[in-house]
Structure formats: structure tokens, C-alpha cells
Design a protein around this ligand. Structure first.
Ligand code: PMP
Length: 364
């Protein structure tokens, strides 16, 4: 007879947990996991392929454990006076965050977060045996400095996780909130900036807060703006001492030679790789405008997706969109759905489908 995981001698704290579960469906218009829906430009793909080919010549050897070339490319890309020793990378920012919790969290330790936020923050906390302590946001999903400081004083966490712009709400994160929370704790403060490149260009990144704050960590990814989700490359910037801590928990050679080669080649072409960001922002703003015109309540967003409220039956709307070959995200937030900005055509397909379905607005 088939057994289930409950029949196994699994860790008690993992019993009853559910894994990360964004559905992976083959649908024409995929707007559910905040990917960049534009493929890598063919001339860049060719150069990446040549670099992977060159790396294959020595793939019988273990890769550079310190991924020196990649760290140096990432430091140049980030700017802000960062040097390679401030930078660390892994297979997606999920792994970066996991390493951070392995080094600074773990059994007996806790991390404070502000849901609704990126679901993997609490799942990685659970996987590393770190207690997840959720705190309240303000109205409209913001976090004022006072709210953050009060939560830090109340919970006394070992780590504080912010996400700016926040997934799934798109909400901007005030740097005052980060700075004041930092001053209120002796722990590690992480800002997950997976969507930083979609912020208004005149808005500062949390990278500007790094000098003099050796417990602050800014995490980034090549999955979103860089159109590189399938390659799995995430990274962080922090004090070199934080990077030293991560060396204690990473697996040796965790970044394959092929990944390193692909990422370095992609970073050589940063302007072409990022060319679609402006267009994505245009499509995002179009979604906000048109969803508003339809009578829904889209939230302010600085990322490549839109959370909108006022949907009377989100599950039914999700299913009916799926029937029209469009997939969005039902996060289980009552009366809300989230949709990623697509190409102009994909965005049109979503908006047309919404008009066809004509979902009931709450309060209408
Ligand atoms: N942080 C946030 C806020 C995200 O939304 C995501 C992906 N959805 C990630 C991190 C993880 O991205 P990756 O592991 O692909 O770098």
C-alpha cells in the first residue's frame, strides 16, 4: 500500500506543512508567477550559449567555489560603490535567503515578517527551523517606521524581513522604515528587492543604506527584470562579514560552472537584457488604469504585477480566465487576484478576458 509523508519519520515541525505551490500549467498567457514574459534577445542568447560552451571544456573540474567573475560582474551591475567582496550569489534568491536563515536563523531563533508578503519567506523559515513571526501592516499594505519599530520591539526577532516592492501587493517600501527598524534591533535586517528594477527610476534602493550598516542585507535576483528565471541566479549585497557567514553554510560549489558562465555573459549584456523593463512598466500601468476603469481596486505597484481587489469570486474568475488560456494568481486573499504584467498582447488578452467574463465587483 502506498504510504504518505505522514507515515515517514519526518521532522515534527514539518508535519502538516504544505510546499510552495504556484501551479505550473501550460497556458498561452502565463501571468501568475511574476516572470518577465519577454524571452532573452536572440543575439544575447547566442553569446550566453558560447560562454556555456567554453565552460563545458572544463566541466570535468569543480567550478570556482568563490564564483569570482560573477561576483565582480554583479558588483559592477549594482554600482553604489560595491566591490565583489560585498556580493554573494546562489541558485535563485530563494537559496540566498535560505543560506541567510541557515547562518543567522535556525532552531531557537526567529524572523519577523509582514504578511501578505512573499510566501517563500515563511516557507524557508520553516525549512530551516526558524520561527516565523508575522506582524501587521498598515492600511493599504504599507509599513510605517513606527509600525516596523513597534513590531521589532514587541517580537525581538533575530532577523527582520522586508520586501520592497512587496510581493504580492506591489507596495513600495520606505527606506525610513528600513533604517528605523535597523536601529531598533541587533539582528539581521533583510530587504528583498527582487523587483527593484521596476521601481520608478528616481527612487533609491536599499543599497543606498548599506554603508555603515553591517547587519543590513539587500537581496536581488536575475529572475525578474533580467528575464533569467530559468537559469536560477539570485544574489545579495552586504558587509563582507555577512558574506563570510554564508560561506559557513553554503554547499561547496553550489553554483555550477554553467550557471556562472551564463550569468556572467548575461550581465555583459545588461542593457539589452533590461530593455523590456520600461515596456513592462507601461503594461503594468495600463493594467492598473484599465482594471480601475472596470471598477476594481488595483493597488499602487512598483513591481511587474498588480494586486487588485473588489473581485466578488476570485476563484471563479481565476477558473474562467484559465478557460480563456490566461493564468493569474489567486493567493487566497479574499476578493483579490494578482496578475503579472505581460507583453502588450498578453496584457490585452488578460484585459479582454476580464471584460468577457465581466466578474461581479464587490459592492456593485
Ligand atoms: N523574492 C521575491 C519577492 C519574489 O517574488 C521571488 C520570486 N517570485 C523571489 C524572491 C525568488 O526568486 P528567485 O529564487 O527566482 O531569485
Amino acid at each position: 500500500m502506498a504510504i504518505t509523508l505522514d507515515d515517514l519519520p519526518i521532522r515534527d515541525d514539518l508535519r502538516g506543512q504544505t510546499p510552495y505551490g504556484a501551479p505550473q500549467k501550460h497556458v498561452r498567457v502565463q501571468l501568475n508567477v511574476n516572470e518577465n514574459t519577454h524571452p532573452v534577445p536572440p543575439e544575447v542568447a547566442e553569446d550566453i550559449l558560447a560562454s556555456i560552451g567554453a565552460a563545458l571544456a572544463t566541466v570535468n573540474r569543480y567550478p570556482d567555489r568563490e564564483f569570482t567573475a560573477l561576483r565582480s560582474s554583479l558588483a559592477s551591475y549594482l554600482g553604489h560603490g560595491l566591490a565583489p567582496e560585498h556580493v554573494w550569489a546562489a541558485n535563485g534568491s530563494n537559496e540566498v535567503i535560505q543560506q541567510l536563515l541557515q547562518a543567522f536563523g535556525g532552531p531557537g531563533r526567529s524572523v519577523l515578517g509582514f504578511p501578505p508578503t512573499y510566501s517563500m519567506h515563511s516557507i524557508i523559515a520553516s525549512g530551516t527551523g526558524t520561527r516565523w513571526m508575522p506582524a501587521q501592516r498598515d492600511a493599504e499594505f504599507g509599513i510605517s517606521p513606527a509600525t516596523a519599530v513597534a513590531a521589532v520591539r514587541e517580537h525581538r526577532p533575530d532577523l527582520v524581513f522586508f520586501c520592497g516592492p512587496n510581493n504580492p501587493t506591489g507596495t513600495p517600501l520606505s527606506l525610513d522604515t528600513v533604517a528605523e527598524a535597523y536601529d531598533a534591533t541587533d539582528g539581521i535586517v533583510m530587504v528583498d528587492e527582487a523587483y527593484a528594477e521596476f521601481m520608478p527610476k528616481d527612487q533609491p534602493s536599499a543599497l543606498t543604506l548599506l554603508p555603515g550598516r553591517e547587519r543590513l542585507v539587500v537581496s536581488r535576483t536575475m529572475s525578474k527584470a533580467f528575464a533569467f528565471a530559468g537559469a536560477r541566479v539570485g544574489y545579495l549585497a552586504a558587509d563582507p562579514a555577512v558574506v563570510d557567514a554564508l560561506r559557513l553554510v553554503r554547499l561547496p560549489y553550489h553554483l555550477s560552472a554553467l550557471t556562472q558562465a551564463a550569468a556572467v555573459a548575461a550581465l555583459r549584456h545588461a542593457p539589452e537584457m533590461l530593455r523590456m523593463v520600461d515596456d513592462i512598466v507601461v503594461q503594468r500601468d495600463r493594467m492598473v488604469r484599465e482594471l480601475g476603469d472596470m471598477g476594481f481596486r488595483p493597488y499602487e505597484t512598483w513591481s511587474n504585477f498588480v494586486l487588485f481587489g473588489g473581485v466578488a469570486e476570485p476563484r471563479r474568475v481565476f477558473e474562467e480566465l484559465l478557460e480563456r488560456d490566461v493564468i493569474v494568481r489567486d493567493l487566497g486573499i479574499p476578493e483579490h487576484l494578482r496578475v503579472s504584467a505581460g507583453t502588450a498582447d498578453e496584457t490585452s488578452a488578460f484585459l479582454t478576458a476580464m471584460r468577457e467574463i465581466d466578474p461581479v465587483r464587490v459592492g456593485a
